[in-house]
Design a binder for this molecule. Structure first.
Ligand code: GLU
Length: 268
């Protein structure tokens, strides 16, 4: 272990999983991966780290449940699909966390709601109480009242806002790509993984343009929006490949993976 992340405090950690991590490219849900996630996250939570899971996948699971071959065209159709899928998604999570005696809570939020003081306080109090009870909140956008997530795949940004609200130390974004590259690695053999980002310079923003992931609704530029929120809030963020959830405990033990966005000094 190279210990590069050793100095990052990791008492409260947000893990964000996208639809591309939870499902196969054909849209079917990857139950084995969810099982691995449940095992790993339960173990981490039991070791005393406070976890928040921000999970997309409502539409993907809804599509599978209703036997749909492709997403509905209309926004309302997508919202209805997410409403069906969210209940099923929680059922799947509960089934896989149950053997580890890990209780979950469903928390549906909207980014604009998190800007309002009263709603922020309510959400913060709920999360705090859940932490005290040893329960992992599973957060998704409330797609019935907000369509940002469905349209822009903005759960990365939601994860950043949640981390800020909960005063988390670290956000781990599990993606279908290893991190931020200098160019799209699927098209450019010269593309290099950027290991550390200390400032969102024009070059870094430019790299994200061509290196969006293909399966999730979000791309790399949305991830950089999330990185900006985290860095400004004094929170570290790491983007890494979610194909092996075993990477999460390794990160917490100090291993350097993917792209790390270094927090700016917290202003007290
Ligand atoms: N909230 C939507 C879902 O769970 C998608 C959000 C996203 O892809 O980031 O399906």
């Amino acid at each position: 272990m190279d210990g590069e992340n050793d100095h990052i405090n990791k008492e409260k950690v947000v893990v964000k999983v996208g639809s591309s991590t939870l499902s196969f490219p054909n849209g079917r849900i990857n139950l084995q991966r969810i099982e691995q996630l449940a095992e790993v996250l339960s173990r981490i939570q039991h070791s005393g780290v406070q976890l928040i899971l921000v999970s997309s996948g409502a539409m993907a699971v809804g599509g599978g449940l209703l036997g749909m071959k492709k997403k509905p065209e209309t926004l309302a159709g997508k919202q209805a699909l997410a409403a069906v899928g969210q209940a099923e998604l929680m059922k799947i999570y509960q089934r896989f966390f149950e053997p580890y005696h890990q209780t979950l809570a469903q928390v549906l939020l909207t980014k604009d709601g998190l800007q309002e003081e009263i709603k922020r306080t309510n959400a913060r109090n709920t999360l705090q109480r859940l932490f005290e009870m040893g329960i992992i909140p599973v957060i998704n956008e409330n797609d019935t009242v907000s369509t940002f997530g469905i349209r822009f795949g903005n759960n990365d940004v939601l994860a950043a806002y949640v981390a800020e609200l909960a005063e988390a130390d670290l956000v781990i974004i599990l993606s279908d790509i290893n991190g931020l590259y200098t160019a799209d690695p699927r098209q450019d053999p010269e593309a290099r993984l950027i290991e550390t980002v200390t400032a969102l310079s024009p070059e870094i923003l430019q790299s994200a343009q061509g290196s969006g992931n293909s399966f999730g609704t979000g791309g790399m530029s949305v991830k950089l929006d999330a990185a900006r929120i985290c860095m400004d809030a004094g929170i570290e963020m790491i983007i890494t490949n979610g194909k092996d959830p075993g990477i999460i405990p390794e990160i917490l033990e100090g291993k350097t993976v993917g792209t790390r966005f270094v927090r700016q000094k917290k202003m007290e």
